[in-house]
Design a protein around this ligand. Sequence first.
Ligand code: SF4
Length: 392
Amino acid sequence: MTILPVIPISPDKPDAVITRRRPSMPPRHLADLDLDARKAAVAALGEPAFRAKQLSTHYFGRFVRDASAMTDLPAASRDRITADLLPTLLTPIREQDCDDGATRKTLWKLHDGALVESVLMGYSNRVTACVSSQAGCGMACPFCATGQQGLTRNLSVAEIVDQCVYLAGVAASGVVTGSPPRLSRVVFMGMGEPLANYPRVIEAVRRLTTPAPEGLGLSQRHITVSTVGLVPAMRRLIAEQLSVTLALSLHAPDDDLRDELVPVNQRWKVAEVLDAAFDYAAQTGRRVSIEYALIRDVNDQPWRADLLGRLLHGKLAHVNLIPLNPTPGSKWDASPKPVEREFVRRLLAAGVETTVRDTRGREIDGACGQLAAGELTQAGADGVAADAEVAQ
Ligand code: SF4
């Protein structure tokens, strides 16, 4: 596990380095607890148990977290209950939108200064939140901005859920252009490897899919959990008997290349990872999504399309090709469109359903980790400058 120093940012002065602290888990939050545990928590404050349901309805049902807006709670209790059960976990330090307002990206500062990102994407029939499960990532995929930061720490259950609740509130405000005002899908494809933070991600999925007021009330079928192929965790996921969609970030159909592009492949090879994915599909009846970032002259050759087609032929799987969003200064680039079209043609000819992911958020550093990477680079540069001034 790689631990990098965290460089906190002031919310008022996003580019100012204020201190360096060690990463630490956040305070307990309502979203960490099920309803029974919330009742116990309010009882410990000397409040009647039904306050837990009132508070949960504000948070999960109305996306309200401001004590002054909770007028059904006695004024004398509001501040105490919200301070105890709704501590601020995420502070937005940068929000950007693009795609004519249909895509909004948020960079959050966590309580210990770690940075994570979420993206809200509006479509004509749905609104999807792409959320982070870790600050940074320890999987070290060389083409990925997050992978180049290393892992800072796992997010708590509530830090994951709170991204969704916040974005559900944004969707409900109607600002996502041309979309229904309701968050309906969550994909765990932001920063981090979700299955490396397994217990918290699964608990977050349960919170997101439990009906309000205990949870956010989304359908399990509308949740996608991605992985680079941590096989023991994939097998554990099969045993959970959830009906979430599994997305496997494959990126190469042969071990020689995948060992390089997805270093965890050195531990669990393509055949073993695909076996686990197919078993998940067989157990759940849910088609597995095979994610494949097309990288120019690296993994986009016709023979690799044919090999991928043979591996997936007849399986309950679908290929989602992702035109690579290159990170600044990276040697990796997206495949040219004719190469992409030929790759698709060969997969379809092999009988494998294939789509090309739309490239939402490109103009706002839309690849996972790019916004945080830019912020850390800026903060790091400022930090060096600040250190130099002190030294003089
Ligand atoms: S691609 Fe995913 S698993 Fe790989 S380093 Fe990036 S965030 Fe981590």
